[in-house]
Every structure is written in structure tokens, then in C-alpha cells.
Write a protein that binds this ligand. Structure first.
Ligand SMILES: Cc1ncc(COP(=O)(O)O)c(C=O)c1O
Length: 482
């Protein structure tokens, strides 16, 4: 007997007409490939006009809008006003340019709509493959564990959390750090990224427990000052436990003496973590690799495939030497996440056992595609080329009396400024003018208390002509603004 209350088959969110959707989808793909192929013809950045900005205050759209109208809306109100980080004259902050291959892979991942928190399916194996490749590249054992996260900010936080649980024991997850009665302290150079301080705050230590150690003339951590700080803390009853080495600082790309830090960490029984957001992937270049000696001795490394790796945003990664310690910091049993020896609930441990995210996208696919389609040697060569461009910019600045170099270019970052009596004001304005005129997009920072123009050459599309355009813009605007 059929149930008279049985619901009828209903509509889904799939299209009524797949052919129509296919046509529009193909056009979207063509338009986006054209967009990428023609980047150089556009200004690097175009500010959103006020009316466009204001237009994003619509009421929730309750009724359907035809898809081609939504797409036209995207083409007029969204796509023209990107940050420009795909553009060859984008040189600000630390932003990779992405690739068409990465974008295509992202489309495939979106189509699969894999939830990579866990369970037994191929997407998880792809992520494990990336962890293995990362371990091979960075000199970690193949038993190391690693997962994708949004970026190095959260990867650093995860590393600190693993180190905390390893030091205080599993009970600290239940009782909190205060219950241990131990006053733990951490160490990083004054040039470390602000996310290290934030990680200390989030993990409940407080930023006061982080010692920011002065740097030497090359912006690397001062080892003598580090030893003194550790000794002073021990005398005061604190327990030093976490040491961060920079594999490329955010301001200047300086690489700490990782070998010396690894030895010191062993002597002092500290967890040695490396912030490799910027530089770790430079290990792909045989020419640059020797500068990172000691990276293979770390307990954990945080790094980003979306920077030098040119994977579309976002693709941060955390790699931990001891997978058991990694898992002990995060795994949380729950009946609804029960693991089985067979079936879809197999394949334990799952990525959700190694970090705070349960629902997770398929970031591994775009990374897998990129590494396979280009090969790691080619990516390494691109990274070396970025550093060569930085040396070219550095030489041009040194030869130009109107400009002053503010820090040595250790990798791919050049900090400099236009000389003037009120150079701080002038250089800050100069950079804003470069952005607004769509000439080039460097960013600014402070180097030894002075405003610097900071060119971070990480985008693989940058060519010598773009460096020339940046310098032409700086010299022309410097003269005008004085
Ligand atoms: C050295 C360093 N650490 C950490 C970060 C933060 O990385 P993310 O933006 O991927 O969170 C950055 C970002 O530029 C960085 O350069």
C-alpha cells in the first residue's frame, strides 16, 4: 500500500536546462581565461567608484534572477575592481599571482564539492600526497603529518597549540594552561609576523609571554640576545618552550640562521617551529636551498602554497614532524564522527584530527594539479627568477642617487625610498599615488623606524619591464610630490 502522504518528487537546485547552463558556463570559462591572458593591458588596481560600492547594499534577493543577468552583474560590478594581485605590476604585501591551471583545478574541486574533514575518499589521499611531497621537500620524515589550512597565520597557531599540548600533556586540553602552574615563554625575532603574537594571544599564553628578540643588521634574529633572554626567563622561573625561526621575514625576506636555532632549541629543549610562509617553498630552487639549512631539523613548519607556489587562494599548510603529537592536540572523539574499519567512515585518522576545522574544502587539488602540471623544478626556477628580479631592482636603486636602499634583499623583497626632507610623508603618499594611478602596487612598511616602499616580487608574471615601470613611477612621482 502506498502511503498517501508520501511527498511528490520536487524541484532541486540543478538547472532545468543543462544545455543553457553549459553554454553560459563555457562563456564564463572563456571570459576568465581572456581576463588572465590580458592582465597586462589593465591598470594594476582600479578603485571601486562610490556608486559601485554603495550598490552592494541591496536587500536579500528573495526571488530568482536569471543567471546571465547575475553574470553580467559580476562582469560590471565585481571583476573590474579586484585587488590586482594577479597583475604583473602588483608588488605589495606577500601575494601570489595564481595560474590558469590552478583556477581550472579549483573549478574541478568545486564541482566535486568534496568535504575534506575526513572519511575514506580520494580527495583525502590527494591531501596526504601533498603532505608527503612537503615532507620530502623540507627534509621531514615521511611519517610527518600535514594538512591544508587557510594560511600561515592559522598554521602558526596550530603549531603553537601542538607544542603546548606536547609540553603540558593531554590533560592541558581539559584543564587549560593555567592549571599546569607553569609560566611558559616563547621566542621569535622582532621581525616575526604579527600572527605569531596573535597565536600567543589565541592560545591563551598572552602576548606578554612572547619575547621579541632584536635582529642584526641583516634583520636576522640576534642569537646572543636570544640566549640572554632564555637565560633571564629561566632565572625568573619561566619555562622557555617555543622558538620560532623565520624562513623569510615578511618585511625584508631575511632568513634566520636556522641551523643555529635548531641546535639552540635542542640544547634548551624548546619546540623549534619555522614560519616559512614566504620562504619555505624556495627550497624548490637548488640555488636557494642552501640558505635554509637547518629547516629539516624543525618540529613544525608553517608555509603557504598561495605565495611562491602560485596556487590560487587559499592554500596554507602546516607540517608537523611527530604525527602523534600533532593528533594529540586536536583529535576529539564524537559518536557522529565514529571511525570504522570499513566503509566510508574508514580511513582514520582524518584531517579533522590534525586541526580545528571539520568542514574543509579540497585545497589539495589545485596544489596537486599545479605541482604535476608544471613540475617542482619549474616552480623552483620561477622562485629563483623572482629573487633575480629583486637583485636587479636592488642594483638599480643603488645606482640612483635619488633613491635609498633600506634593507638588503635576502630573497625577493626590496625596501627602499625616495630621498626627501620629509621622506616618511612623501613615500607613503607616493605609494598611494602609484596605486591610484594604476601604475604599480608596492606596499609600505617601516624599516628601522622609517617608512619604506616595499616591493615584494612574488608574482610569477613580473618582468624586468615591470620593475622599470615601478622605478619610473617612483622617480616621476617623487619629483612631483616633493
Ligand atoms: C612571514 C609571514 N608569516 C606569516 C604570514 C601570514 O600568512 P597568511 O597571510 O597566509 O596567513 C605572512 C604573510 O605574508 C608572512 O609573510
Amino acid at each position: 500500500m502506498s502511503d498517501p502522504g508520501r511527498p511528490k518528487a520536487g524541484p532541486t537546485l540543478d538547472p532545468d536546462n543543462w544545455s543553457e547552463l553549459r553554454r553560459l558556463g563555457h562563456r564564463m570559462l572563456d571570459d576568465m581565461l581572456d581576463h588572465m591572458a590580458q592582465l597586462r593591458e589593465r591598470p594594476v588596481w582600479t578603485q571601486l567608484p562610490d556608486e559601485v560600492r554603495a550598490s552592494f547594499r541591496e536587500a536579500l534577493p528573495t526571488a530568482a534572477t536569471p543567471l546571465d543577468a547575475v553574470y553580467r552583474d559580476f562582469l560590471t560590478r565585481i571583476e573590474p575592481y579586484s585587488a590586482g594581485n594577479t597583475h604583473p605590476r602588483f608588488m605589495g604585501w606577500v601575494q601570489g599571482g595564481g595560474t590558469a591551471i590552478g583556477a581550472l583545478a579549483e573549478m574541478l574541486a568545486a564541482g566535486m564539492n568534496a568535504n575534506c574533514g575526513g572519511r575514506d575518499h580520494a580527495a583525502i589521499e590527494v591531501e596526504r600526497q601533498i603532505a608527503l611531497w612537503s615532507a620530502e621537500l623540507l627534509g621531514f620524515p615521511e611519517t610527518a603529518s600535514g594538512i591544508f589550512v587557510t594560511g600561515t597565520s592559522i598554521a602558526n597557531f596550530i603549531a603553537l597549540t601542538v607544542a603546548r599540548t606536547a609540553r603540558l600533556g593531554f590533560a592541558s586540553r581539559r584543564d587549560g594552561i593555567a592549571a599546569s602552574g607553569q609560566k611558559l615563554s616563547a621566542y621569535a625575532s622582532a621581525a616575526a609576523h604579527s600572527c605569531i603574537r596573535q597565536a600567543m594571544e589565541l592560545a591563551g599564553f598572552g602576548s606578554e609571554a612572547l619575547r621579541l628578540i632584536p635582529t642584526d643588521a641583516a634583520h636576522r634574529i640576534d642569537l646572543a640576545a636570544l640566549r640572554t633572554a632564555i637565560a633571564r626567563d629561566r632565572e625568573a622561573g619561566a619555562i622557555p618552550f617555543f622558538l620560532v625561526g623565520n624562513a623569510g621575514t615578511v618585511d625584508t625576506g631575511a632568513i634566520d640562521d636556522l641551523e643555529a636555532l635548531a641546535s639552540l632549541a635542542r640544547e634548551e629543549k624548546l619546540w623549534f617551529h619555522i614560519d616559512g610562509a614566504l620562504g619555505a617553498l624556495a627550497m624548490l630552487s637548488p640555488e636557494l636551498r642552501p640558505r635554509f639549512k637547518g629547516i629539516e631539523r624543525a618540529e613544525s613548519i608553517a608555509f603557504d602554497f598561495h605565495k611562491f607556489g602560485q596556487i590560487p587562494y587559499d592554500a596554507g599548510f602546516i607540517l608537523v614532524r611527530d604525527s602523534e603529537q600533532h593528533r594529540a592536540a586536536f583529535a576529539s572523539p564524537a559518536a557522529y564522527l565514529w571511525r570504522e574499519a570499513r566503509g566510508l567512515a574508514g580511513g582514520s585518522p582524518w584531517p579533522c584530527d590534525f586541526g580545528p576545522d571539520l568542514s574543509r574544502g579540497f585545497r589539495a587539488l589545485k596544489t596537486w594539479f599545479t605541482l604535476k602540471a608544471y613540475g617542482s623544478e619549474r616552480i623552483g626556477a620561477e622562485i629563483a627568477r623572482s629573487c633575480e628580479l629583486a637583485r636587479y631592482l636592488e642594483r638599480r636603486i643603488a645606482a640612483e642617487p635619488r633613491l635609498e636602499l633600506l634593507a638588503p634583499a635576502a630573497l625577493n623583497i626590496v625596501c627602499f625610498r625616495y630621498r626627501a626632507a620629509d621622506a616618511d610623508r612623501l613615500n607613503a603618499e607616493l605609494v598611494a599615488e602609484l596605486h591610484e594611478r594604476g601604475i604599480a602596487a608596492p606596499s609600505t612598511t617601516m624599516i628601522n623606524g622609517r617608512v619604506a616602499i616595499r616591493a615584494c616580487l612574488i608574482n610569477h608574471r613580473i618582468q624586468p619591464e615591470d620593475i622599470d615601470a615601478l622605478l619610473g613611477g617612483v622617480l616621476g612621482l617623487g619629483q612631483t610630490l616633493r
